[in-house]
Design a protein around this ligand. Structure first.
Ligand code: HEM
Length: 506
């Protein structure tokens, strides 16, 4: 092709593109059916609002809410995403009927290559409910009780053996440190001593490779032959084989755990589905992988935010230390016990307030299966849509939380959790509060509600209590600021690196 032909061809292509953008924009200004929620304006077909949503979903939702109200539809790579904000939106989506709303169609492309087949979102919802029940009942009061000492020991060992914490003062990238600490604590507590031992050698790398599967691009192309997807698949196969070996050894020796300690693998080896089938070994291995990912992801982000907030407010960190001294004194601070956590209300409120301001999951999604009428409106949400709830918007709403943008753990001091009896429901994994009347839902609500809340609290409280009694913290420049949120991964987290100062307590 000569230069003129190429130039002519490029001009034609450009004209066609501009015309299609013009037609697309024009279509958005034509009158729409009254039963359709307003469409968020966007210039480019297919890509839609992906850039503004991906840059900062919370700001995007807030701006759209100002312009269109609580219900609006935006386009995300060709998908129509209908967002319904506020308490009514949370209720409509999170407590919607199973036949109308489906989580697995949305989440499965992303989660199945990481977690594996036949579990969580790669199986019918009734089976997921049974699996959630198995895990929830494995997190018994007794097991949670034993975790506190294990978690404390892991944190102390980390502080002693990690170069960035050697000496009496220094600086550390706290996001990297907390990612490591939480993978050690989650694996030691949830997955048992054998897995924790193996983790030192190779599993941390495997975990990292598996995590590559959670890139947002994988919502669209989980099968694409990118190097990170190949590493994800190899890591999944290797992790599975580690767990399969552990199960096989236990079956062969007739002992369910090496030291007789009742752990999650042992518990799952004993569980039986309603149809009388034992959980197949492969499914146990996949549930263990899921637990490690679920237990570590949000806890890593939450613990980093807590540490950054404490560095920006050393007065609150000091209050936390004094709370331990006065409430747990016992003649000097002794190793932490499970019962101690209940005696530390400010510590719990620091966790609670951080989960309010820094939710790591900003969009909870469900595929619409049947037309759904939105009560008190003309809107019908049709099955070509994905419904999106975003509890963080009520977390940050001044109607419910005065000065909502201010991180203030003391706002919870006089707060009593209300649980109305008529609000209790059992979706098949034990009784839970429906919860959607509450403006505070860091663990979601309804049938897909998180089962790890109690573990997350024990884990976070023990990690932070141990950090606070060992070290003091400050921001690098001494100012009360925290870094911006990074939304590039599916689970939002502080922008990395996030470096703080620390000083060992005498
Ligand atoms: C700070 C820590 C955590 C936070 C903020 C958190 C948050 C959430 C949220 C918001 C959901 C609902 C997702 C949806 O409705 O689409 C969820 C689901 C889930 N969480 Fe957590 N989580 C945390 C820790 C954990 C831990 C430690 C575990 C495991 C021990 C866990 C296991 C799960 C599982 C299995 C689901 C899926 C439930 C389903 O789809 O039915 N999470 N979590």
């Amino acid at each position: 092709m000569d230069v003129n032909t190429v130039a002519r061809f490029s001009i034609h292509a450009l004209c066609i593109m501009l015309l299609s953008i013009f037609a697309h924009v024009l279509r958005q200004f034509l009158p729409r059916s009254k039963s359709e929620p307003p469409i968020v304006f966007h210039w480019i077909p297919f890509v839609g609002n992906a850039i503004s949503y991906g840059t900062d979903p919370f700001v995007f939702y807030s701006k759209c809410r100002e312009k269109y109200g609580d219900i609006f539809t935006f386009v995300l790579f060709g998908r129509k995403m209908t967002v319904y904000l506020g308490l009514d939106g949370n209720e409509f989506i999170l407590n919607g009927r199973l036949q109308d709303l489906n989580a697995e169609e949305i989440y499965s492309p992303l989660t199945t290559p990481v977690f594996g087949k036949d579990i969580i979102y790669d199986c019918p919802n009734a089976k997921l409910m049974e699996q959630k029940k198995f895990v929830k009942f494995g997190l018994t009061h007794d097991s949670l009780k034993s975790y506190v000492q294990l978690i404390e020991a892991e944190v102390l060992e980390y502080l002693q053996s990690t170069p960035s914490f050697s000496g009496s003062l220094g600086t550390v990238d706290i996001t990297a440190a907390m990612a490591e600490v939480t993978i050690f604590t989650a694996s030691r507590a949830l997955l048992g001593a054998e897995v924790r031992q193996k983790l030192n050698a190779e599993c941390a790398e495997l975990y990292h490779d598996l995590d590559l599967g959670f890139r947002p691009i994988n919502f669209l192309m989980p099968w694409a032959p990118f190097p990170q997807n190949r590493r994800r698949d190899a890591a999944h196969a290797k992790m599975s084989s580690i767990y399969l070996d552990i199960i096989a050894e236990r079956r062969a020796s007739g002992k369910k755990a090496p030291d007789g300690q009742h752990d999650m693998i042992w518990h799952l080896m004993d569980c039986v589905y309603k149809n009388g089938q034992q959980i197949p070994d492969l499914e146990i291995t996949r549930m263990m992988i899921t637990l490690l990912m679920a237990g570590q992801h949000s806890s890593s982000s939450s613990s980093s935010w807590i540490m950054l907030r404490l560095a920006s407010r050393p007065d609150i960190a000091e209050e936390l230390y004094q709370e331990q001294v006065s409430n747990l004194g016992r003649g000097g601070l002794q190793p932490l016990q499970y019962e101690d956590i209940d005696k530390l209300p400010l510590l719990q409120n620091v966790v609670k307030e951080t989960l309010r301001v820094h939710s790591s999951i900003h969009s909870l999604m469900r595929k619409v299966k049947n037309p759904m009428h939105v009560p008190n409106t003309n809107y019908i949400i049709t099955p070509d849509k994905v419904l999106v709830a975003s509890p963080i918007t009520t977390h940050m709403d001044t109607e419910f939380f005065p000065d909502a943008h201010v991180w203030d753990p003391h706002r919870w001091d006089a707060h009593e959790d209300e649980e109305l009896e008529q609000d209790i429901v059992d979706y098949g994994y034990g009784k839970v509060s429906k919860g959607t009347k509450s403006p505070y839902l860091p663990f979601g609500a309804g049938r897909h509600r998180c089962i790890g809340e109690r573990f997350a609290y024990i884990n976070l409280c023990t990690i932070i209590a141990t950090m606070v009694r060992t070290l003091k913290f400050a921001t690098i420049d001494g100012r009360p600021t925290v870094p911006p949120t990074d939304y590039t991964s599916l689970f939002s987290r502080p922008t990395q690196p996030a470096v703080i100062r620390w000083e060992r307590r005498s």
